[in-house]
Design a protein around this ligand. Sequence first.
Ligand code: ZN
Length: 67
Amino acid sequence: MTDSKKATAATVTPLRKAVPCPQCERPSQRGTYPFCSKRCADLDLGEWLSGGYTISGSGDEQSSDGE
Ligand SMILES: [Zn+2]
């Protein structure tokens, strides 16, 4: 088993390194990685869904020039 309980300096590395929350840039929590809270995770998911499924029908499609 990997039981590494070495006191390495002052850096206690959890399972994952805390990263800035994509929503509010607070340190992420393990349970809601990579977000700081479930709220931010939900927010991000909402944005992703609304943004990802936006099929832009407007706008000019690349008009095939040449032929
Ligand atoms: Zn957050």
